[in-house]
Write a protein that binds this ligand. Structure first.
Ligand code: DX5
Ligand code: ZN
Length: 218
């Protein structure tokens, strides 16, 4: 069982000063930063690219970049993200491409790998890949935008994936993303999640250290 980990999402940071937002995360003592990559096709929005990760590295940031690719054709971009400084690269199960080969390629590039499910996608869709990944990300909102309400109906999927993890003796992280505040995080923790992406709630928290400490206690 992994200790609970709070992972702030850069999407909710200051887009005119992303390095400053990432520094707030590091100064709060948190090791990971969630970076959302959107293509305006798999999701109806655009965000960052490999250049953003590279620029953050050049600005001296040493955080572990948890890179969430919301792309229809992620296989075309993993090399660019690995080169730019990603530590973990997650790909969605929904688009049609060779997931197993892409996960293998992510590892060959020296990164950890994850698989992501949209709210409408059942746990069964990722079962064949569980032994191959370091992280399974359960979206708790429809991806594309920050600031949406947490979907309680995703808790059953977390329970199912947590059971699958235990039954198979696997050790992947179980991450949640979307609408995560302290209350939602506690519910997800009870269902087996250990990795909590928080955009709006983290950057709006007046006492970020206290917020991180609450998650660490869960
Ligand atoms: C949504 C992104 C999330 C987003 C979460 O498409 O994948 O990572 O930043 O933002 P909040 O925490 O505000 O829901
Ligand atoms: Zn995300």
């Amino acid at each position: 069982m992994h200790a609970p980990l709070l992972v702030p999402s850069l999407l909710a940071g200051d887009h005119a000063n992303l390095a400053a937002s990432a520094r707030i995360v590091a100064e709060t003592g948190l090791p990971w930063l969630h970076v959302d990559i959107m293509d305006g096709h798999f999701v109806p929005n655009l965000s960052f690219g490999p250049e953003t990760l590279g620029a953050l590295r050049r600005a001296g940031l040493k955080l572990y970049f948890d890179t969430h690719l919301m792309l229809s054709e992620p296989q075309k971009y993993i090399e660019a993200f690995a080169r730019a400084g990603a530590n973990l690269i997650s790909i969605h199960i929904e688009p049609d491409f060779d997931h197993a080969t892409t996960l293998t390629r992510i590892r060959q590039l020296g990164c950890e790998c994850g698989i992501v499910l949209n709210p409408a996608t059942p746990a069964a869709a990722v079962i064949p890949h569980l032994a191959q990944v370091d992280l399974v990300l359960v979206m708790t909102v429809q991806p594309g935008f920050g600031g949406q309400p947490f979907r309680h109906d995703m808790l059953a999927k977390l329970t199912e994936l947590n059971q699958a993890r235990q039954q198979r003796g696997l050790n992947f992280r179980l991450e949640v993303d979307g609408g995560i505040d302290l209350e939602a995080a506690a519910a997800c923790r009870a269902a087996g999640a250990d990795t909590f992406v928080a955009g709006t709630s983290f950057f709006r928290a007046s006492d970020k250290t206290a917020f991180a400490a609450e998650i660490a206690r869960m």
